[in-house]
Ligand binder design. Structure first.
Ligand SMILES: N[C@@H](CCC(=O)N[C@@H](CS)C(=O)NCC(=O)O)C(=O)O
Length: 340
């Protein structure tokens, strides 16, 4: 029985990949003809992708989409956001429903190799952590034996949880939900002792509780979660555009180019800045875009540091320090290949 199931699942995945490949090769042309980028995001995650009452989306993942829209269409507002659960996200990309996925998605071996998809970079280095009801009196994740755990389906979170408990000879009972809101509501209603997710989310989820003081975040970070945008395989033109838009925004931060000074920087004597902003060289053309592709992304959306500070940084409700997400020359992991 088990064997039949896995053969069936394999066939389904293969079909999905083929369908995706058929519609994959011309994403740039499709987006230009449509005049709009269709970007898959989460159903609602503070700091990453969240709509307000008027349907305006903000967040780091949203800005990652807006950067691509500015680079390709010259207008960061020309994006349609499609909210997706963790379970729906890869099928939506494979089937061509969306042009790119920018939904706090962890880059893993399996996802990169067996789904017909490519990860185009990392826009946030995350890790998995735990939020616990204080009344449990627990101070470390190693004391969680027998706990019930609120968790989202279709995530690396689910897989890491099982690994972590097994490695520490502990048992747990999962309480599984489809969206972040449902997960936090389950935790708030006392359906589980702990909630686990990417740590970037724990403070925001805690703040949504009626009584945030009744819960606390444990010190352990149990996994690596490099999050970033994803595209379909077999469309290298589009892959390069999404990858290099993010690299352009990282290089802009490194070179001191911001949304505020981008116009002045058009007169810069610095050769890297000239190539980045298209006042010299033909880097835009090599991507199949106009010479002002990176200028548009930086001017309209900002460099990576601006995106980080605006959405998740210390002055936002998430209050996340740059840490691992600082540039490589400031003690972090963010390192973009050179603009030349
Ligand atoms: N990074 C992990 C977890 C992604 C995930 O879906 N996390 C949940 C919990 S923080 C979430 O983002 N939910 C948002 C939503 O429900 O739309 C992955 O790629 O599997």
């Amino acid at each position: 029985m088990k064997k039949t199931m896995s053969v069936l699942t394999g066939a389904l995945v293969a079909t999905a990949v083929t369908a995706g490949a058929a519609s994959a090769a011309d994403t740039l042309e499709t987006v230009k003809a449509r005049g709009e980028l269709i970007c898959g995001v989460s159903t609602g995650l503070p700091g990453f992708s969240l709509p307000d009452e008027k349907g305006n989306w903000t967040g780091l993942d949203v800005d990652t989409c807006r950067g691509v829209a500015a680079a390709v269409l010259g207008d960061a507002t020309k994006v349609k956001f499609i909210p997706l659960t963790a379970k729906e996200r890869f099928t939506a990309l494979q089937s061509g429903e969306i042009d790119m996925l920018s939904r706090n998605t962890t880059w893993t071996h399996t996802r990169d190799t067996s789904l017909g998809l490519n990860f185009a970079g990392v826009n946030f280095y995350d890790g998995q952590g735990f939020l616990v009801q204080k009344e449990l009196g627990v101070k470390s994740a190693t004391e969680l034996d027998g706990a019930s755990v609120c968790i989202q389906s279709g995530t690396t979170t689910e897989l890491n949880l099982a690994d972590y408990f097994k490695a520490n000879n502990m048992s747990f009972s999962p309480v599984v939900y489809d969206t972040s809101d449902q997960t936090v509501q389950g935790f708030a209603a006392g359906r589980c002792d702990i909630l686990t997710s990417d740590t970037s989310q724990l403070a925001a989820l805690r703040s949504k509780l009626d009584n945030p003081d009744a819960a606390e975040i444990l010190p352990e970070v149990i996994s690596k979660e490099p999050l970033g945008p994803v595209v379909r395989q077999a469309d290298d033109v589009w892959f390069n555009i999404v990858k290099w838009t993010l690299f352009a925004q990282l290089n802009a931060e490194e070179l001191g180019v911001t949304s505020a000074n981008a116009d002045d920087m058009l007169k810069s004597e610095n050769a890297s800045i000239q190539r980045l902003l298209g006042t010299n060289g033909d880097l835009g053309e090599k991507l199949g875009l106009g010479s002002n592709w990176a200028y548009n992304a930086i001017k309209q959306v900002g460099n990576y540091g601006e995106m980080f500070e605006r959405n998740v940084g210390p002055k936002t409700p998430l209050q996340i320090p740059r840490g691992a997400n600082a540039l490589w020359n400031k003690g972090g992991f963010m390192y973009a290949p050179p603009v030349r």
